[in-house]
Design a protein around this ligand. Structure first.
Ligand code: DC
Length: 222
């Protein structure tokens, strides 16, 4: 099967996109590109350099001096910033919030989206993000919008954290999720939005397996 230009999975934080995208990529023997990791790496880079995530000029200047690379190793995708592997530092909550902030800047989005577009065109990868189907590779016919209610996404996050031995507060997590949804979908440039030709998959009452099967069936791979 040939998925020229890549496969786009968009949706809000915590909807299960990355889990679904990884399984789809494995099934189809294609690379998986976690585009959020690239925004997270840029946020980490700016924070480490002491540059405010809302300082467009400062961040633009930093971008000119920063070499970002995505490489694949046996355990999956790694992001290198000026040759240094920062993958292990990207999943912290603060970095996620920072990524959401820095992704509002046009200079950041233009640079990262161009890299993502090249990877999609060269490797026909499965990309997950917020605006892959509307902005990064709008030309692909393979588009999915994966969502779930904010309450369900908050519950899933609470369960994940409990499994790690933490004692999270549901209301705080729900508030964070709603704030992130608002910020990602209200930015001026390339906001989180369902593409008109994307297939909407609401996973609120679905298992991961059901969601994966829905995507694979739509791709003609089941
Ligand atoms: O998917 P994630 O939680 O790793 O993404 C972190 C933030 O990065 C997200 O809140 C908004 C931004 N982002 C984006 O603007 N576009 C993408 N394709 C991926 C992430």
């Amino acid at each position: 099967m040939n998925f020229v230009n890549g496969i786009a999975l968009d949706g809000p934080a915590g909807a299960g996109k990355s889990t679904i995208a990884k399984i789809i990529a494995k099934e189809l023997n294609l690379p998986y590109l976690d585009t959020g990791a690239m925004y997270r790496a840029m946020a980490l880079c700016a924070i480490s350099a002491g540059i405010s995530l809302t300082d467009a000029e400062g961040v633009d200047d930093l971008l000119q001096r920063t070499d970002i690379k995505v490489v694949y190793e046996a355990d999956g995708q790694h992001v290198l910033i000026n040759g240094q592997d920062v993958t292990g530092q990207l999943r912290q909550e603060e970095i996620g919030k920072g990524a959401s902030l820095i992704s509002k800047l046009r200079c950041v989005r233009d640079k990262l989206a161009a890299m993502q577009r090249d990877i999609a065109h060269e490797t026909h990868a499965v990309l997950d993000g917020r605006e892959i189907g509307t902005f990064v590779i709008p030309e692909t016919p393979y588009k999915f919008f994966i969502t779930a209610t904010a309450q369900e996404r908050a519950m899933r996050r609470v369960r994940q954290l409990r499994e790690k031995g933490e004692n999270p507060d549901y209301d705080t997590i729900l508030k964070d999720i709603e704030a992130r949804d608002y910020q990602d979908s209200h930015r001026d440039y390339a906001p989180l939005k369902q593409a008109e030709d994307a297939l909407l998959i609401d996973t609120t009452h679905m298992t991961i397996e059901e969601a994966v099967n829905t995507v694979l069936r739509a791709l003609g791979a089941r």
